[in-house]
Design a protein. Sequence first.
Lengths: 430, 233
Amino acid sequence: MFLRMILKTLARQKSKMLMIAFTVVLGVSLSTAMINVMLGVGDKVNRELKVYGANINVKHKDAAIMGELYGLGVNDKFLYEEDALKLKTIFWGFNIIDFAPILESKIILTAPGKNLRAEVPINGTWIEKHAILQTGEELNTGLRALRTWWDVKGEWISENEADLNSVMIGNSLASKYNINVGDALRLSSNNGVVKNVIVKGIYNDGGNADEAVLTNLTTAQELLNLSGKISSIEVSALTTPDNDLARKAAQNPSSLSAEEYETWYCTAYVSAICHQIQEVVRDGVARAVRQVAESEGTILNKTTLLMILITILSSIGSALAISNLITASVIERSQELGLLKALGAYNYQIILLVLAEVMLTGLAGGIVGYFLGIAFAQIIGQTVFGSYIEIAQVVILIVGIILFLVTIAGSIPAIRYLMALKPTEVLHGK
Amino acid sequence: MPILELKNVSKIYGSLRALSDINLSVNAGDWLSIMGPSGSGKTTMINIIGCMDTPSTGSVILDGVDISKENAANLTRIRRDKIGLIFQQFHLISYLTAVENVMIAQYYHSMPDEAEAMEALEKVGLRERAHHLPAQLSGGEQQRVCIARALINSPQILLGDEPTGNLDEENEGIVVDIFRRLHDEGVTIIIVTHDPEVGDVAQRKIILEHGKVIQDIDQSATFGEALKLKSKG
Ligand SMILES: Nc1ncnc2c1ncn2[C@@H]1O[C@H](COP(=O)(O)OP(=O)(O)OP(=O)(O)O)[C@@H](O)[C@H]1O
Ligand SMILES: [Mg+2]
């Protein structure tokens, strides 16, 4: 009976119900597309960005092994500073955007006139090195370009002669010992070498580096008596996203056929670049370090925000449209609904009747909208991101909940009207 | 024993007293007609008796319960259980057949039962037209469907606001005849009418003016005669 009444009402109010269904189709398809793109592309772009911005770390092979096995840094095996420049000579040298050799160790930090004595990490590196390769090619590289996110109080140190006696320190270290820009410090190594330096800048890295002292590579080498030696090289390279071949090669390059090897070697896969780096850096082992740089994350967040905004706006739009249509439909039928009240229907029964109609219509529109939305998502994926969008099951749930809330919200004015509707007002109308 | 008692009932709209200090007692099984000029408060009174409105002051005792202070949900329940309503404009649902229109009242009362609904239509002589839509029925037939719907849940009181107002002479006769049979079965009938003939075929007639009962006429003496004239049965 209930169902028959609903179906007959739906049939009779065909045009209004079709409008409601149409509104729902629009809203749901948009939401489905947006949420799918958001989840699918978010993941995908994220993965690709990671590889695109891949950082590669080159270490001494013993240090690498000890690090992997025991999580230890090995301090008595070093790479050669002169090998660093050879990175630009590899097959994919052009894809190497920036790199910096680093010498890391510990030193004793004291300050004249201060009650301070601490053993702290020291990193010596190229800050902004200008070099001329054997090929005659000129090159600027160094840590400064690899640490774009650093927030520096004071100034960066440079490669100038004068800055050989300047250092930067991490902000954790600075606040721990109350060190400010311009302060004088004394660095002494185990070998008895002592240097008086000035703090030129205090940086905020957000990681372990915030505990350390940063100097020019030469300064560190002199302090530690390790002329020409480095611990590692940090490399930023443009790479091609990995495919099956790249993954196979990454596991074991010798498993490739000659032809596969050729293809792999001549494609800028991160594994191929690592392989080529190892060919020029004596005793070096190159590994990709996964890390999403800040800017890349920001782009994604903005895209996500935009899509959420579109989804919310389209939901509000649908709710308003539905609300108008339902209210109109209820007012049009107020005599009939008033009669049901007179016959003994409770308010909630009438409301349920109207909600059931709307929900049924919404459901039909929702199903059509969902599939349309999936099609939309693919179109967006292909045209905007150039990739297939994985369809997430969870979207059905999310869109279902949104649809439910939107229909309920849209029904509120009609429900209020129904609650206030007096049978006497509609039944005695002459 | 009175099934309905109005004690000092007034209904006030702003400065207008639609009903003014009404006292009325109706016995179970009575047939009462309410007459009076337009605007005298007849519909207002029917609405209050039918639990669709509440008085501004005074109390209404229906079957031993004071309904003047009940909330909307309770009024709905009482109306559903005790009152059958018929309307001048019939108010059938246009997309439901005659029998479905009767079953609607069953649905909101208890459970739809098609056989019982058919029986109710049989009583008003409409078994053959049970599966027609209201638009395919004459005015008189529609009013009979409306009566069948009002009676389906065996109400104690049948209330009608001008139930014959839209009917011709012949259909009026048919409807009055149905009332007569209901009266014989012991249903209390309260009918608002403008038609003196319909007003006369009742045991009792009250006349309202400006919200007051100005006459209360016992017609039991002439009741049988008038009914015989009017009824086609
Ligand atoms: N909701 C309302 N608000 C204000 N005044 C009302 C309302 N309902 C009825 N009235 C007034 O109350 C008075 C009585 O109205 P009612 O409908 O009871 O008259 P009636 O006797 O049924 O008249 P009719 O024979 O024309 O149907 C009228 O003056 C009417 O205008
Ligand atoms: Mg009236």
